[in-house]
Ligand binder design. Sequence first.
Ligand code: AMP
Ligand code: ZN
Length: 139
Amino acid sequence: MTDCIFCSIVDGDIPSHTVYEDDRVMAFLDANPLARGHTLVIPKAHHERVNDLPADLATDVFAAVHDLTDRIERAVDADATTIAFNNGTAAGQEVPHVHAHVVPRSEADGGRPIHALIEDRPDVADDELADLAETIGSA
Ligand code: AMP
Ligand code: ZN
């Protein structure tokens, strides 16, 4: 897609520090990293959100995340990683081309878990959890 920064990286029009590439998936270092080794894993084809990905491409992206995570952790001697997608603008996605963030973590980094994303949590009763599970499960 024209004027997509990640498509431009795929096309070689914008440079990147590439750590992995095959015919369908690419991974490169985040230019504004949250930690050393912060890596973005993307499908080469332009899709905006995880929900837009064809199932086989979603599998390819996750396979690359799976392969790279240990390599990233070892490269920067990390204790762990936070792996996340900002999936849609309301969730903070700024670049509208699906990308997994693989962020190296350590006990001392002062970072927080995914549960720190939202402070004002809903109080969801058990019967509503059951209804939601039924709705999602039967959709
Ligand atoms: P998000 O908010 O999930 O859309 O994250 C977009 C990420 O892309 C941010 O972490 C940026 O630092 C990163 N980013 C933007 N432009 C580039 C670029 N040219 N090369 C590498 N990373 C980039
Ligand atoms: Zn794109």
